[in-house]
Design a protein around this ligand. Structure first.
Ligand code: SAH
Length: 394
């Protein structure tokens, strides 16, 4: 195969020599050949030194690196990468066990496959491409998935309409690459939930909160719980299993509320401890009383880009301030940010300001992050995106 060659400006090779998996467009000195978006390209430093091979894309991140060795990206490559990722999930006790069949199998850079996300729900893999290169490789990836997962895999749903660069004009349509039998009930830590990968947000479920939900379960006994931004109700049914007295779930999306009700019914049929409300978070928080002593705030990413960071931090401050003001004395607040551009320090500062505004005594009990099936590539610290604090509010 003939690859186009990307030559970097002097001194711009440093980050690749430290295995950072992105080449920014500003680092490129010249291009030999005429690469199309999504093509495999080879990257060179000074003195024609080979640095890496990756997917070319038009935009600020020009190349997403697949390997720092001069290898061929073929069927064996995909099988090997997926095999390692699957072995890790087995090691973690998330795959091949009885009480859990929901996990992230491929977490982009964290699994050395930038631009690719694959979540597993029972026998279904939901595949999401964030780069044109991964889009073109989707059928090869599907074959590799079948090879590695064998009989456990019955469906592969490709869901990239919303994640591929819009300008690339790929006309990608969501749909099955394999199978198509909708078996939409999956298990997480022994709890069941319906997952709608076709119409749901992201790949259908927020797999990244699994361990934080488990932690919440340990705190839930006897508490009156508010699960704000509940989506499919994950935190709610863990709270119920943990022995909460009351659980209220709130989300502005009526669809999310109906999914939450369905999931609670699946696990705790006819249980009157739970109620769900389709309402805006700020409206609900403003008008609610001081009845809750365990509150979860897991909002959508307030900042998707660096230039709106300031507003996002204000948003986190405002949201948390109402919770601090209203939570019962001795209450516990689980508060999160999933914005990649909001650093741990900035998030903590926003929550700190909110606490100070309320004047209450606040202790940090836990500092939370994403679980091990969303690994962070040590050379790509940007991959750490989920931040959470568990706070005791006196
Ligand atoms: N905690 C969830 C994931 C939350 S995702 C889980 O464990 O699965 C964020 C949710 O916030 C989405 O379901 C979205 O519909 C909801 N949302 C967005 N804006 C909102 C608002 N202003 N008020 C209430 N909910 C909102």
């Amino acid at each position: 195969m003939n690859y186009c060659k990307i030559f970097l400006k002097p001194k711009k090779e440093e980050s690749l020599l430290r295995f950072h998996p992105w080449v920014f467009s500003g680092a490129i000195q010249s291009i030999e050949g005429n690469p199309e978006e999504g093509d495999l390209v080879k990257v060179y430093g000074t003195n024609q030194r080979f640095l890496a091979i990756g997917h070319y894309q038009i935009g600020s991140i020009a190349v997403r690196i697949l390997s720092f060795k001069p290898i061929t990206i073929d069927a064996d490559f995909w099988v090997e990468r997926i095999r390692v990722a699957y072995a890790i999930r087995r090691e973690l006790g998330l795959a091949g066990v009885e009480n859990n069949n929901t996990f992230r199998l491929i977490h982009g850079e964290g699994d050395n496959l930038p631009g690719l996300v694959i979540d597993m729900y029972a026998h279904t893999a939901v595949m999401q491409a964030h780069s044109v290169g991964m889009h073109y490789a989707r059928h090869e990836i599907a074959e590799a998935l079948k090879t590695v997962l064998g009989d456990t895999l019955q469906n592969i749903y490709y869901k990239s309409e919303a994640t591929l660069p819009y300008k690339a004009n790929l006309g990608s349509e969501d749909g099955y690459l394999y199978g198509g039998e909708v078996e939409d009930i999956a298990t997480e830590n022994g709890l069941k939930f319906c997952v709608d990968w076709q119409k749901g947000q992201k790949t259908g479920f927020f797999v990244d909160q699994r361990e934080n939900r488990s932690l919440l379960e340990r705190y839930a006994k006897g508490h009156s719980v508010l699960n704000m931004f509940c989506y499919t109700g994950g935190f709610s049914f863990y709270a119920m299993r943990g022995g909460a007295e009351v659980v209220h779930s709130v989300d502005s999306s009526a669809k999310a509320i109906s999914l939450t009700n369905k999931n609670v019914e699946l696990n705790f049929p006819g249980d009157l401890r739970h109620k769900a409300f389709a309402e805006d978070a700020f409206k609900y928080l403003e008008k609610m009383g001081s009845n809750y002593d365990l509150i979860i705030l897991d909002p959508p990413a307030f900042a998707k880009h660096k230039n709106v960071l300031r507003n996002a931090l204000q948003g986190y401050r405002k949201l948390n301030a109402i919770a601090f003001e209203k939570i019962k004395p001795g209450g516990i607040l689980f508060t999160f940010s999933c914005s990649q551009v909001v650093s741990k320090e900035n998030f903590r500062l926003a929550v700190f300001s909110a606490a100070a505004q309320s004047g209450r005594s606040v202790r940090i009990l836990h500092q939370l992050t994403q679980p091990a099936d969303h690994p962070v590539n040590i050379y790509h610290p940007e991959g750490e995106y989920l931040k959470g604090l568990v706070l005791y509010v006196e």
